[in-house]
Design a protein around this ligand. Structure first.
Ligand code: DGY
Length: 328
C-alpha cells in the first residue's frame, strides 16, 4: 500500500495501524508501512532514522539516545502514535534537532473507561468469577459466594489530574457516587475540579492515606519511576485497591506483589507493566489482581483518532506550521 515515492516526505510507520489511518497517510506521504507488524528493534529504528523524514512510532519503540545517535540522520520529526512518550529520549531528540509530537485528547475517554473497568473488575472480583465459571467450578448461587466491595460512597484517590484522570473523576463521582480526591503538582482550576466533584489534597501521601481506591494518572518520568514504592504502598489504607492505566514504571512491581501478598492491599487492576510485555510472574498467580494487556486506548474510535492526530502533526510539520501537539 506504499505511496509512490516523489517529492513527498518519507514517513516510516513502525507498527501496523488501522486501515483507515494507513490509507490516509499513504494519500499524503511517501509511506513505508509495517505490514508484518514486527517491531523494528534498535537497528531497524536507527535505519529508519537514516532513511525517513519522519517516523510514526509507538510505545513499543525504544527511541533511546543510542538509537537517536544514528548517522547520517535524516529524520526531523517523531510523530508519536500515543499520548505517552516515555519510550522516547526527548532530550536526545531535542539535542539532535528532532521534533516530537504526541496524540492527546482522542484517547481520553477510552482510557478513562478502562480505568473504571479495572476499578469495577477488581472490586467486584469479576476476573476471578469468570475464571471460576469457565473452569467449570461454579456450583450455583449462594449468599457468601465471591463477595466483593461496593464502590458507591467510597473514596477514589487520583494521582495526577490531567485529562484522563478528570475523565475518571467524572465517571466515578457522577456515575458511581464516589468521593474523589486528587493530588497533582499542576492542579486544575478549582472550578474545573469542583464540576467533577473532586477535592485537591496538598500531597500524594495525603491521597494515599485517605483513598479506598488509588488510580494512577501521572506521566512516566525519571521523577515518577517507582513512585508507588514499598513505602508509599504501605501508606495506602489496609484493604485498599490500586489501579494503573498510566505506565508500568510508576509502580515498583516487586513491592506491589509484597503489598498484595501480605494482605495490606485488597487487590490491583493493572493495564501497564514495568517490563512489557513481561509481567511479574507472581502477579499471574494472584486471584485478586486484574491484568490487561495495555488496552487503555484500544477502541476503534481512539485508535483511528490517534492515527489521524499523528497525521495532522505530520501535515503541519511538513507545511512549515507549528505542530498541534509538540512535546519537543
Ligand atoms: C498512550 O497513548 O500513551 C498509550 O498508552 C499507548 O501508547
Amino acid at each position: 500500500m506504499s505511496a509512490p515515492a516523489g517529492s513527498r516526505p518519507r514517513v516510516v510507520v513502525t507498527r501496523k495501524l488501522p486501515a483507515e489511518v494507513e490509507r490516509a497517510l499513504c494519500a499524503e506521504f511517501d509511506v513505508r508501512l509495517n505490514e508484518s507488524d514486527t517491531p523494528l528493534g534498535a537497528d531497524g529504528l536507527a535505519q529508519a532514522l537514516r532513511e525517513a523524514d519522519a517516523l510514526l512510532p509507538t510505545v513499543t519503540d525504544r527511541l533511546t539516545a543510542a538509537v537517536l545517535a544514528a548517522e547520517p540522520l535524516r529524520t526531523k520529526l517523531l510523530a508519536n502514535y500515543g499520548v505517552g512518550f516515555n519510550h522516547i529520549d526527548t532530550a536526545a531528540a531535542g539535542a539532535r534537532g528532532i521534533a516530537v509530537s504526541n496524540t492527546p485528547d482522542v484517547l481520553t475517554d477510552a482510557t478513562a473507561d478502562l480505568a473504571v473497568t479495572l476499578l469495577l473488575m477488581v472490586t467486584r472480583r469479576t476476573g476471578e468469577g469468570e475464571r471460576e465459571l469457565r473452569a467449570g467450578g461454579w456450583t450455583g448461587w449462594r449468599p457468601t459466594h465471591m463477595v466483593g466491595t461496593a464502590i458507591t460512597g467510597k473514596t477514589l484517590g487520583l494521582v495526577g489530574m490531567g485529562r484522563i484522570a478528570r475523565g475518571v473523576a467524572r465517571r466515578a463521582h457522577h456515575g458511581f457516587g464516589m468521593k474523589v480526591i486528587y493530588h497533582d503538582p499542576f492542579p486544575p482550576k478549582p472550578e474545573d475540579a469542583a464540576a467533577l466533584g473532586a477535592e485537591g489534597r496538598s500531597s500524594l501521601e495525603a491521597v494515599l492515606e485517605e483513598a479506598d481506591v488509588v488510580s494512577l494518572h501521572c506521566p512516566a518520568t525519571p521523577e515518577t519511576r517507582h513512585l508507588m514504592n514499598a513505602g508509599r504502598l504501605a501508606l495506602m489504607k489496609r484493604g485498599a485497591y490500586l489501579v494503573n492505566t498510566a505506565r508500568g514504571d510508576v509502580v515498583d512491581e516487586a513491592a506491589l506483589v509484597e503489598a498484595l501478598r501480605s494482605g495490606h492491599l485488597a487487590g490491583a487492576g493493572l493495564d501497564v507493566f514495568e517490563r512489557e510485555p513481561e509481567v511479574t510472574p507472581a502477579l499471574l498467580q494472584m486471584e485478586n489482581v486484574v491484568l490487561l494487556p495495555h488496552l487503555g486506548s484500544a477502541t476503534r474510535e481512539a485508535r483511528i483518532g490517534m492515527g489521524m492526530r499523528a497525521l495532522e502533526n505530520l501535515r503541519l510539520f511538513f507545511a512549515g506550521s507549528p505542530l498541534r501537539d509538540r512535546v519537543v
